[in-house]
Write a protein that binds this ligand. Structure first.
Ligand code: SAM
Ligand code: SF4
Length: 472
């Protein structure tokens, strides 16, 4: 009998993509194979995000389409996972009774089991309110993730968030910060390196507070607190793993970016010269209303320390336009900080109220959509100008790239990624993704570079498929 097939559709952030890869690993461990086309899949998983605008419309639109498909093919199984499922569990069931499994953010590890249960007992909703702190099996990153590319992997070092940014739903849906034990993480990276992975991205909502929960929990238990595991030490330890050439991380919170992290970045050859430092707004008034815990000056000071400590640093950010109560003057401050920070790129978001967050209640202060649209367009211009300048400054330089595959713009070209996390398109005969090469930069746009191949440096080492292993 042909094995059943699956397809996963991810709506949302990097953390979600990471969860999707874990779900893929679990389903494969359960004997399923990835469907050649999503339209033919026997199991469709929709991994949702409630952080971005319109996530629910997209989900219910897709579910409507799948309802018709399920009438045609009753054996089709539908799973809804992720933070929208966590938050709107009953709504999903009510609006889409044809869904077989609804699972939340704390029980991703149960995806395959729940599908089995649903086959015998009918539709299931299982949402846990919190991750169990003492149960490693439930820690999502206890399962090593398979990355799309095979040569690179994401490693979740921390889940949840202890901050309370007024616009953000993450603390409500992901719960408090929980750090994965230091040694388990280093072991996980070693296991990945053994499989030929050369690049890891450490993931968390506030990576530089990594380990704080461990110390707090020990204190609560009345134990003398031993040295707290720190993010800076983790960067050094992961960077020292044999075979790991590139270490990335996202996101550090500006209020917690200590000099120790900058020193570790500068001193660890494998840590890439890229810092994603979310600004959100350049207005002190708005930053305060958001509860971000820093002022624009403080942010710029920390950025200056990072630039001084890490040579040739690329900096990217997240910015929200139209937070409730944002005035023209507040927005001008944001443009000023963006110009001063000299970003290489920025993710720009239009504020969207997430029910259950503090800012969603500030209805009287919502900024009219036409004002937001105009600000957003101006911000995009300023960001693109900054990005283009940073990119043009690289023309003529030699860059190490990791080949990602054929360019989507022109299949005759290859696309690679620099240590600064920039895409470079260059003409070359096919090379396996994961190959290291040197490219000379010959041109620049706001979102990519162009280059010429100088030489291939190292062949990709990974096996085509990385086995999913329990590590932790
Ligand atoms: N933990 C990171 C930090 O503190 O900056 C951010 C993580 S958040 C999942 C990713 C980005 O989504 C945020 O930096 C913010 O810019 C954006 N975002 C979150 N909630 C939003 C909302 N309600 N409206 C618009 N953008 C939002
Ligand atoms: Fe959300 Fe703020 Fe936590 Fe980031 S730090 S995840 S924006 S609450």
């Amino acid at each position: 009998m042909e094995p059943r097939t699956y397809a996963i559709r991810t709506f949302g952030c990097q953390m979600n993509e990471h969860d999707s890869l874990r779900i893929a690993g679990l389903l494969e461990a359960d004997g399923l194979t990835e469907a050649a086309s999503p339209d033919e899949a026997d199991v469709v998983v929709l991994n949702t995000c409630c952080i971005r605008e319109n996530a629910d419309n997209k989900l219910y639109g897709t579910l409507g389409h799948l309802k018709a498909e399920k009438q045609r093919r009753p054996s089709l199984e539908i799973v809804v996972a992720g933070c929208l499922a966590q938050k709107d569990r009953d709504v999903v069931r009510e609006r889409a009774p044809h869904v077989d499994v609804v699972l939340g953010t704390h029980n991703v590890h149960r995806a395959a089991e729940l599908l089995h249960d649903a086959r015998t007992h009918g539709p299931i909703t299982e949402i846990l309110e919190a991750a169990a702190a003492d149960d490693h099996d439930r820690f999502p990153s206890a399962l090593a993730a398979r990355h799309d590319h095979g040569y690179a992997a994401w490693v979740t070092i921390q889940i949840g968030c202890d901050n309370s940014c007024a616009f953000c739903i993450v603390p409500a849906v992901r719960g408090p910060e929980m750090s994965k034990p230091f040694d388990a993480l280093v072991d996980e990276v070693r296991a990945l390196a053994d499989q030929g992975v050369t690049e890891v991205t450490l993931l968390g909502q506030n990576v530089n507070s990594y380990g704080r929960d461990v110390a707090l929990a020990a204190r609560k238990r009345g134990e003398a607190v031993r040295v707290r595991p720190r993010f800076a030490d983790l960067l050094r330890a992961v960077g020292a793993v044999d075979g790991i050439e590139r270490v990335r991380f996202t996101s550090p919170h500006p209020k917690d970016l200590g000099t120790d992290v900058v020193e570790a970045m500068g001193a660890t050859a494998a840590v890439c010269e890229h810092l994603h430092l979310p600004l959100q707004s350049g207005s002190d008034r708005v930053l305060k209303a958001m509860h971000r815990g820093y002022t624009a000056d403080r942010y710029l000071e920390r950025l200056a320390v990072a630039r001084a400590g890490v040579a040739d640093l690329a900096v990217t950010t997240d910015i929200i336009v139209g937070f409730p109560g944002e005035t023209d003057d507040d927005f001008e401050r944001t443009l000023e900080v963006v110009a001063e920070a000299g970003y290489d790129s920025a993710y720009t978001f239009i504020y969207s109220p997430r029910p259950g967050t503090e800012a969603a209640e500030m209805v009287g202060a919502f900024v009219p959509p036409e004002v937001v649209a105009e600000r957003f367009a101006r911000l995009t211009d300023v960001v693109e100008r900054s990005a283009r300048m940073r990119h043009e400054a690289r023309v003529g330089l030699l860059e190490e790239v990791v080949v990602e595959g054929r360019s989507r713009r022109d299949p005759a070209d290859l696309t690679g990624r620099t240590r600064q996390n920039k895409l470079v398109h260059f003409a070359a005969a096919p090379m396996r993704p994961g190959t290291y090469a040197t490219v000379q930069v010959t041109g620049a746009g706001p979102h990519h570079l162009r280059g010429e191949l100088v030489e291939q440096v190292a062949a990709a080492r990974h096996r085509t498929r990385i086995a999913v292993t329990a590590a932790g």
